[in-house]
Design a protein. Structure first.
Length: 255
């Protein structure tokens, strides 16, 4: 191998290693921490970071210190998960859950300040919400969105809440920041979230977390139903089934 090829390969592998370290940290990571972990000279780390930022693969938090995945990297991650050969096992779990409960079940992800409906198994009931995979929803008034907010580190939650517009979608939407903080604390305690007609009048939902290998919430599984079929109290009876599905999805998602 030529010297030029060897240098290029080394730089590429270092970039991949750097991205992996960023992805391991839910809070973000500093350039100094990357230097220590990778045992790479500071100028080299800063040069690679600059290139990855320029390509949209990494981005800095507002404080300018912490690095997090950039929009292009997040899009790539969603693209990989969306591949049919990758998605078959998780869809099988979701289909089994939907068959058991008889209501629409979703797999959701957090992308920046929005909730993404990533995988979905619809029911055949005449009354239902039709949201295609890839649909984006606000965090503050959805079961999964509130779950992501509740389970993230407190400093990150507050930073994200300060940038969100707590728009009222129904008369039940929580629009006061302090009230929402109390609700998120309750969700964090029970590790189960609800949407009590907060996004759409007459629709309720519950969501359970899906953890990665280090215990961070990377996705959520949710079920929703119209109140004419299932009031929220009845939906809560399905929490054990939702948690079982979450454990199965942790294995097939390989987070």
């Amino acid at each position: 191998m030529s010297t030029a090829a060897s240098t290029t390969n080394s730089t590429l592998l270092r970039a991949f290693a750097l991205i992996e370290e960023v992805l391991r940290e839910d809070r973000g990571i500093t350039a100094s921490e990357l230097c220590q972990r990778l045992d790479v000279p500071k100028p080299t780390v800063h040069r690679i970071i600059g290139q990855l930022e320029q390509e949209g693969l990494l981005q800095k938090e507002p404080d300018g210190r912490y690095l997090t995945p950039g929009p292009r990297l997040r899009k790539m991650a969603l693209g990989v998960l969306a591949q049919r050969c990758v998605g078959a096992p998780r869809r099988a779990v979701l289909q089994q859950l939907a068959d058991e409960l008889g209501e629409t079940c979703n797999l959701t992800l957090l992308d920046g300040h929005e909730l993404v409906y990533f995988e979905r198994v619809e029911t055949n009931w005449p009354v239902r919400i039709q949201l295609h995979p890839g649909s984006r929803m606000p965090l503050h008034c959805t079961a999964s969105g509130k779950l992501f907010l509740a389970m993230m580190p407190l400093h990150r939650r507050r930073a994200l809440l300060s940038s969100l517009s707590l728009e009222a979608h129904t008369r039940h939407t929580i629009t006061e920041r302090e009230a929402l903080e109390h609700e998120l604390d309750r969700i964090a305690e029970r590790t189960l979230s609800t949407d009590n007609e907060e996004l759409i009048e007459g629709m309720v939902a519950i969501a359970a977390p899906i953890y990665d290998e280090v215990g961070q919430v990377r996705a959520a599984v949710a079920v929703h139903a119209p109140t004419i079929r299932k009031p929220l109290s009845s939906l809560m009876e399905w929490a054990p089934s939702l948690r079982r599905a979450a454990l199965q999805l942790e294995k097939v998602l390989d987070l």
